[in-house]
Design a protein around this ligand. Structure first.
Ligand code: PEP
Ligand code: MN
Length: 339
């Protein structure tokens, strides 16, 4: 249930609705909108009676929510969510380019790549300090040292940084250094991590689980929002299929589907979808033509020496070309159809 208040509703009238909701043993979650406040009813065990609200002063209407996800849904909030990261706005009307290496390997590597991607037009820098690797013998990331290098990238280039958090224990540390905290595909249904992300003061970039349906992915976002953090950026990064020509299969249909279902921004990671460099540029062009709000791309100045994901990392010159092409496509296709 969503209680939509009049544009002129007073703070007392909103408070009164909150009390009625709490009186039913439910949680009230006020959601500020463009010109009015709506109040989501959460934690209800069964259907809530709209009659409880319709006669109250300041209430415009009480709308039942038909989706399992509520805060994430356009039924709850019709306008697109815009997320501010420093001077960068992520969401409808903007094309945000996030680029950098898979992993932070050392300071020279990070600063060299950051210099290239900034010059090409990237808005945010990415790089893992804690790496989820399939093999325990592979490079696991530099940990806190990697986070400190990311902070130096931000200082030197003015680029906000995105980096992955792998577990609850290191959340405080990662959130201290990161401008955007990433939750990777393998952790999309790590519910205690999602709850902690929901308490974070940082925006969360939530990757789609490699075997997750769109509903499961949106429910994962709901976990974060239900704890009070409404700054969630969804990231499509490919799902497991039977093919051998790429690491995963980029599900670009997720972009229009998510945009219809949810007000949250959605970006696309073609690098982890493809797993190989030669597919990254065409997939990036397609993602922008499909009206994704941004791209997250792996770039390395010496991919043959990269400690992780070298095969899918673009050379800096390839990233230059990508930026030029996707910005041109965005000019033509960037205007979204109204929902
Ligand atoms: C990454 O972006 O570094 C990463 C590990 O991605 P994913 O979780 O999508 O595999
Ligand atoms: Mn990677």
């Amino acid at each position: 249930m969503l209680v939509v208040m009049d544009k002129t509703a007073t703070a007392e009238q909103i408070d009164q609705v909150v009390k009625v909701i709490e009186g039913q043993g439910c949680t009230a979650r006020p959601i500020p909108g463009g010109d009015r406040v709506s109040i989501g009813v959460l934690n209800n065990k069964g259907p809530v009676d709209a009659a409880l609200f319709v006669g109250l002063p300041g209430v415009k209407e009480a709308v039942p929510i038909t989706k399992p996800y509520k805060l994430v849904s356009r039924e709850t909030k019709a306008e697109d969510t815009l997320i501010q990261v420093g001077e960068v706005t992520i969401g409808n009307g903007h094309l945000t380019l996030i680029a950098g290496p898979c992993a932070i390997e050392n300071e020279t590597q990070a600063l060299t790549i950051a210099g290239h991607v900034k010059k090409a037009g990237a808005h945010l820098f990415r790089g893992g300090a804690f790496k989820p690797r399939t093999s325990p013998y592979s490079f696991q990331g530099l940990g806190e040292e990697g986070l400190k290098i990311l902070a130096r990238v931000r200082e030197n280039f003015g680029l906000p940084v995105v980096t992955e958090v792998m577990d609850f224990q290191t959340f405080d540390l990662v959130e201290h250094y990161a401008d955007v905290v990433q939750i990777g595909t393998r952790n999309m249904q790590n519910f205690s991590l999602l709850k902690r992300a929901g308490e974070s003061y940082r925006p969360i970039l939530l990757k789609r689980g490699m075997a997750a349906t769109i509903d499961e992915w949106l429910m994962a976002a709901e976990y974060i929002m239900a704890q009070g953090n409404h700054q969630v950026i969804l990231c499509e990064r490919g799902v497991r299929t039977f093919v051998h020509h790429s690491r995963n299969t980029l599900d670009l249909s997720a972009v229009p589907v998510v945009k219809k279902e949810s007000h949250l921004p959605i970006v696309v990671d073609p690098s982890h979808a493809a797993g190989r460099r030669d597919q990254v540029l065409p997939l990036s062009r397609a993602a922008v033509a499909a009206n994704a709000h941004g791209l997250m791309v792996e770039v390395h100045h010496q991919p043959e020496k990269a400690l992780s994901d070298g095969a899918q990392s673009l050379f800096p010159e390839q990233f230059d070309l990508l930026c030029r092409q996707v910005m041109a496509i965005f000019k033509v296709c960037g205007e979204d159809e109204p929902f």
